[in-house]
Design a protein around this ligand. Structure first.
Ligand code: HDE
Length: 765
């Protein structure tokens, strides 16, 4: 028997299941607050008294057919609790998904900080991450064109540190005071609350066209970064400039970066639109499924460090969050790896109640004077007061730190702790001059701290003094004014295909605007980024574009194009991908079981698409035959899923029944759609002609080479003559390379993510 935090015994089976999950100091702490039902001896209780009741099905009535009695506390209190189940959703970033994990430092930053989380190499710090969309309300489709939140809470030995970032390194505005209007303009129209979770409407583009500093981010928003394939495949950025402080009190500016091990990848727009209806939970499902399957997402944490002497040495201001610090000027130093390895136990208690605050920093860290960050530092704890019902939100289990602390903060709504000891400081029980971990505002002898004698102290949050000067007023630095240089840098750094996606997205977004002025003003702004871009968008609106005032400088940078992440240093990976494996009745059993095993061995997720949900019968067997060999259970049918849910399709050989179902309208649509979304498709044996002649009749490029074991072109891998009865060939599954080169070609093609060289112009999908 084991005991939960509330002292109630759990069943051995539950304890055993939980024991097998990855854990860490934070998860152990949470376990103490977790009540896993049902437990031995559990009986259902009425609500507030917590006394067991005999019947939860029937309310108390005055006579079997008479009125319900108000003196039934069970019915009354259960309904009352239900009535109050909702809390206000986040005013932005309402739709999110969370995961637990660890951050392990591999490179110390002790030169620039004394924060233990960034100096103790090898130590694993528990983390909780929440990914989110910004505009959609809780329940909105996740594949909308949207910026993605990437917020990480590190439960360090010295208290909680939050990087509340996005997957785009810059922001729309330079000053937090404009945030209210930015969000009002982007969210639904005030009269109708339409549209939901998308920016393709007049108000959003009206605001941006009148806000020149937004031009760089507007291009990011139109790029593939805003329709990510997976939260496992997004970058993350702290966006604002922060500060690290070392033992000598030296301040160093820092920009935070997360880079996914799987590379950054997008959906194609048609896919994103369809997924919005087919699976509005596509991204959260993808993350939860991957973690469940053991395909743990990993991200590398990187820092760009800028000394105080370098601060003013750039032609932009590092306090301006509409700018990046190009990697060519300040290289990224990679310092640690984060692994997400456990799904939350309860969505509300963890993902909904987690409270990120940019003001949460560890000792050895500080804030910069970035005017966005300064107002964010106010906003986050302020919003939790209404969202989580009062000032005690930090004692909600998911928000508690894992380090010991004392505090004189007391009382207020929902105080979950029982604080004992003095509620004021200094006090006669703690001597300020001893080694208590408390900071000393004024030391015991009454000597005031000055800029000369104030030194930051390890282990406590203390301020490293720095000089501030200037006139007070609603003023901005001159150096905040160049909005176009970096927007050009971004545009120039995109590949041709990525540029086309931006043009297509701009046409879509402005095409959903009705106000001609809004279209013109945005196109004229993009004209100052790149004339060709503006002309290409304007064609869709019959708008003339004059020669721009600014000339494109032609420079490029690394790290902005999602495709550039698939460089020779990062050839991509098929790990963690979702494979659709066709097992319609009559399928070739060796091929299917071989591919399922190969995909599993790769750390990826096999999904069997069958003739029905449940058992599917291979070639040579009959439905219902209890002795049939090779029967496989499907996850989906051609009806309950679409190609959009998967990264790649494997179509084995099969008998007449198999080929008939594959050649049905729905089967052919699956193939055409995956082809038109540039995904990898492999077909074997008699399925090859169905692919080449029926699914893509006009396209002659993709025919199997009958003299070779297989052929590969633009991610289409065809093996018409591969021996399908060679058990040893198909059974060698741990190395897909063993499948006569065919399997390796298939997996390598999946690793490339998409095959943009395909001509899809004549494909109806
Ligand atoms: Fe936020 N933002 N924000 N934001 N933000 C919130 O805090 C706000 C900004 C970001 O998963 C809110 O707890 C203001 C930039 C993320 O729980 C709120 C300003 C960036 C999340 C808030 C900004 C972000 C939020 C809503 C301008 C990119 C989700 C609920 C000064 C780095 C965190 C909450 C989560 C959430 C305000 C600007 C990212 C209202 C006032 C820049 C990832 O406090």
């Amino acid at each position: 028997m084991s005991y939960t935090g509330d002292g109630v015994a759990q069943t051995p089976a539950v304890v055993e299941a939980v024991r097998k999950l990855p854990t860490n100091a934070k998860l152990d702490q949470l376990e103490g607050h977790t009540v896993r039902c049902p437990r031995d001896g559990d009986r259902h209780v009425g609500v507030f008294s917590q006394v067991p009741v005999d019947n939860l099905d029937t309310s108390v009535r005055a006579g079997a057919r008479g009125p319900t009695s108000i003196d039934d506390p069970v019915a009354r209190e259960r309904i009352s609790h239900f009535d109050h189940e909702r809390i206000p959703e986040r005013v932005v970033h309402a739709r999110g998904v969370g995961a637990h994990g660890n951050f392990k430092l591999h490179t110390s930053l002790e030169d620039v900080t004394f924060a233990k989380v960034l100096t103790e190499v090898g130590v694993e710090t528990p983390v909780f991450v929440r990914f989110s969309t910004v505009l959609g309300q809780n329940g909105a489709a996740e594949t909308a064109r949207e910026v993605r939140g990437f917020a990480t809470k590190f439960y360090t030995q010295e208290g909680n540190w939050d990087i509340v970032g996005n997957n785009i390194p810059v922001f729309f505005i330079q000053d937090g005071v404009k945030f209210v209007d930015l969000i009002h303009a982007a969210k639904g129209e005030p009269q109708t609350n339409i549209p939901q979770a998308q920016t393709a409407h007049d108000n959003h583009w009206d605001f941006l066209s009148l806000t020149p500093e937004s031009v760089f981010m507007s291009l990011y928003q139109l790029s593939d970064h805003a329709i990510p394939r997976s939260y496992r495949m997004i970058q993350g950025y702290g966006v604002n400039t922060f500060v690290l402080v070392n033992k000598q009190g030296t301040r160093t500016f820092v920009k935070y970066h997360w880079r996914p091990h799987l590379g950054a990848h997008g959906l194609v727009w048609d896919e994103a639109l369809k997924l919005g209806g087919q699976d509005p939970d596509f991204l959260r499902r993808d993350l939860a499924d991957a973690i469940e399957a053991g395909a743990y997402p990993k991200y590398e944490l990187g820092v760009q460090l800028i000394s105080e002497e370098q601060e003013l040495g750039f032609d932009f201001d590092i306090l301006d969050c509409t700018k990046v610090v190009p990697e060519e000027l300040v290289p990224i130093k990679w310092v640690g790896t984060m692994t997400l390895n456990r799904n939350p136990t309860n969505y509300f208690a963890e993902t909904e109640q987690v409270a990120f605050c940019t003001s949460n920093i560890a000792p050895g860290m500080d804030y910069s004077n970035d005017p966005m960050l300064q107002l964010r530092n106010f906003s986050y704890f302020d919003t939790q007061l209404s969202r989580l019902g009062g000032p005690n939100f930090s004692s909600i289990p998911i928000n508690r730190s894992v380090c010991p602390f004392i505090s004189t903060i007391r009382d207020g709504h929902s105080q979950h702790r029982i604080p004992a000891g003095p509620n004021y400081y200094p006090n006669r029980y703690e001597t300020p001059n001893t080694a208590t971990p408390h900071g000393k505002g004024q030391n015991y002898e009454g000597e005031a701290q000055t800029a000369d004698n104030l030194k930051p102290k390890e282990g406590v949050q203390s301020v490293a003094p720095y000089k501030v000067e200037g006139s007070r007023g609603r003023i901005r630095p001159q150096r905040f004014n160049n909005h176009y240089d970096q927007a050009q840098l971004f545009w120039n750094s995109m590949s041709k295909v990525e540029q086309q996606h931006i043009i297509d997205a701009a046409r879509f977004e402005l095409g959903r605007c009705d106000d001609r002025d809004v279209q013109i003003r945005n196109i004229m702004r993009w004209n100052e980024v790149d004339h060709e871009l503006a002309v290409a968008v304007a064609e869709a609106f019959d708008i003339d574009v004059p020669e721009p005032k600014l000339k494109n400088h032609g420079r490029k940078t690394d790290g902005m194009s999602p495709f550039s992440m698939l460089s020779p240093n990062n050839p991509g990976s098929a790990t963690g991908r979702r494979f659709a494996i066709f097992a319609l009745d009559g399928f070739d059993s060796l091929q299917v079981s071989g591919m399922v095993a190969a995909v599993t061995a790769l750390g990826s997720i096999p999904n069997v698409i069958g003739s029905r949900k449940g058992p599917c019968y291979p070639r040579g067997t009959k439905r219902g035959d209890s002795d049939a060999k090779g029967v496989i259970n499907s996850n989906f049918t051609l009806e309950t899923a679409r190609s959009t849910l998967f990264d790649a399709i494997f179509i084995p050989d099969g008998d007449e029944a198999f080929l008939k179902e594959l050649s049905s309208g729905r089967g052919l649509h699956w193939i055409r759609e995956a082809f038109a979304h540039f995904k990898t498709i492999a077909a074997v044996g008699a399925s090859v002609p169905v692919f080449a002649h029926k699914a893509l009749p006009g396209i002659t490029d993709y025919k199997a080479d009958l003299s070779a074991a297989y052929s590969e072109k633009n991610g289409v891998v065809l093996a018409e003559n591969l021996p399908n009865d060679d058990a040893s060939l198909w059974a060698k599954v741990t190395g897909v390379a063993d499948l006569g080169g065919f399997g390796k070609a298939f997996i390598d093609a999946v690793a490339k993510h998409r095959h943009w060289d395909r001509d899809i112009s004549s494909v109806a999908y």
